[in-house]
Design a protein around this ligand. Structure first.
Ligand SMILES: Nc1ncnc2c1ncn2[C@@H]1O[C@H](COP(=O)(O)OP(=O)(O)OP(=O)(O)O)[C@@H](O)[C@H]1O
Length: 273
């Protein structure tokens, strides 16, 4: 009996794969993160939302070690993050808000770069890697454009190319900074649907910066709301995407209704005097 109870309680226990504790970071004299603490649940899609300039990108960059911390720490499975970039890339894939690549690089070559952390020294991609690249391109609907230079693609196609690169990296944790920027409505839903499947069917952990609260409510398991470099609310959609939080975080009046089981936010339209 005790044994069965033990199994049950352990199975219900949440695993926090990434933990940020008391993060402080600054650009020169401008302090941007003010003691931000956030635990990221494994196998979930956590949406990071908040007003422009509140520190969402800085938080992701701080996790990747691109922004030095003046206080606090980030742990991965309870241990400090690997210092070695290849070791880090095997665990965490990161898609920045604005990604750039050299003019000559084709889409196929871009996606191949994603495997670098897995290749043995002086070795190229294996057949499994190549299948992963093709599958990533098929997933984002760009397999027929693999020969095209990335910089010849439209804004939305390019965004999907970067998403394919992140998928091809095959890391267990994926950090995405505004992944559905530039995408038309179909690909916004398709991309976040895909991200949701990655978490539910493949156990990936995803943290995505999103601006659209309706997309957030449709796809996120957890929502972390930031304001002024601090965590203001964190939890499932029904506890976070609320009229009072929208007012508090975005300084915006809105009605939040439930339609066909989904939360929908309708900001109040103010007619300028
Ligand atoms: N490289 C940088 N050098 C100096 N200041 C920066 C730099 N990057 C960001 N900042 C500043 O830090 C603050 C937080 O920026 P950050 O990009 O983290 O915000 P964000 O929440 O991601 O915003 P957005 O929603 O507009 O993308 C902003 O005031 C921004 O101007």
């Amino acid at each position: 009996m005790t044994f069965l109870l033990w199994i049950k309680s352990d199975a219900g226990k949440e695993r926090f794969v990434l933990e940020a504790t008391g993060l402080e970071a600054a650009y020169g004299k401008q302090k941007v993160l003010h003691g931000l603490s956030l635990r990221i649940a494994a196998g979930r899609l956590t949406a990071l939302v908040g007003p422009n300039g509140c520190g969402k990108s800085t938080f992701l960059r701080a996790i990747m070690g691109f922004v030095p911390l003046t206080a606090g720490q980030v742990t991965l499975d309870g241990k400090p993050l690997p210092r070695d970039r290849r070791a880090l890339a095997r665990r965490i894939a990161y898609l920045p808000q604005e990604a750039h690549c050299p003019d000559y690089l084709t889409l196929g070559e871009l996606v191949e770069l994603a495997g670098f952390a897995r290749y043995a020294t002086f070795a190229g991609p294996t057949e499994r890697d190549r299948e992963l690249f093709r599958s990533a391109l098929r997933t984002v609907g760009l397999i027929d454009l693999a020969h095209r230079p990335v910089n010849s693609l439209s804004g939305g196609q390019r965004q999907r190319a970067w998403i394919a690169m992140v998928l091809a990296q095959d890391a267990e944790i994926i950090l995405m900074d505004e992944p559905v920027n530039h995408l038309d409505m179909k690909y916004q839903y398709a991309t976040l649907g895909l991200v949701q499947r990655l978490t539910r069917e493949h156990g990936k952990t995803v943290v995505a910066v999103l601006h659209d609260l309706n997309l957030t409510a449709a796809f996120a398991d957890e929502v972390a709301m930031l304001a002024d470099g601090r965590l203001v609310a964190h939890g499932p959609v029904e506890h976070t995407v609320t009229e009072s939080n929208i007012a508090r975080v975005f300084d915006l009046g809105a009605d939040v209704i439930t339609h066909a089981g989904r939360r929908i936010c309708m900001p109040h339209l103010k007619i300028p005097a």
